[in-house]
Design a protein around this ligand. Structure first.
Ligand code: 5GP
Ligand code: MG
Length: 190
């Protein structure tokens, strides 16, 4: 375990297994669309979902064009949301998504404000359909009540890092998902 973690919540092999299963669930659901499985347009939300998205889409063998969207809500050493910002210069989502079946991929569902802002933005681009999938969902009322199509893991309401999730830009490269220690949080704030 990394020295800055309090404890590991989900180890890498469990993540890998669940992500593969989730990809099958996502594809199964699209299968029922009129005309069979459509071409999917994954929209991973940068930066937190990049590792999850990379693993998930490699279990989806069909043709796809990936469009990134850059969103931030926890700048620097904040551990609570500071408001959602969609950075259009760092996004390559086409203005016109007519006919496209969009799959929004995010790292973690907390207050729901990120997914709300993103789906609203995408809807204005006229896609055929939008589905959402998240790696983690926090077990707090706002998150549990928020409508999302696919969730890989429900976790306790704590600040987690690893497998793409950061604190102050660090820890994204940890293969496991774990709870950051208070001591590590304080150390970055100094
Ligand atoms: P929401 O908009 O649902 O409140 O929060 C979603 C975004 O906040 C996520 O995409 C993620 O970037 C960030 N976030 C929420 N909870 C955590 C957490 O426990 N750890 C990390 N590293 N980021 C989080
Ligand atoms: Mg994020």
């Amino acid at each position: 375990m990394h020295a800055d973690l309090d404890r590991v919540l989900i180890e890498a092999p469990a993540i890998a297994q669940r992500v593969a299963e989730l990809a099958r669930q996502v594809l199964d659901e699209w299968k029922d669309a009129p005309g069979g499985t459509p071409e999917i347009t994954p929209v991973p939300l940068m930066t937190g979902s990049f590792i999850f998205a990379a693993d998930l889409i490699r279990h989806m063998p069909q043709m796809m064009q990936i469009q990134l969207m850059s969103v931030s809500s926890y700048p620097g050493t904040a551990t609570t949301s500071q408001g959602v910002h969609i950075d259009r210069r760092k996004s390559n989502v086409p203005d016109d998504l007519t006919g496209r079946h969009v799959l929004v991929i995010d790292d973690i569902l907390d207050s729901g404000s990120t997914l709300r802002a993103v789906t609203e933005d995408l809807r204005s681009r006229n896609p055929e359909a939008i589905k959402t999938c998240v790696l983690l969902r926090k077990q707090r009322p706002e998150a549990m009540a928020f409508p999302v199509d696919h969730v890989a893991f429900d976790i306790p309401d704590e600040f987690v890092v690893g497998y793409g999730l950061d604190y102050n830009g660090y820890y994204r490269n940890l293969p496991d998902i774990g709870v950051l220690s208070e001591k590590a949080i304080e150390a970055h704030r100094l």
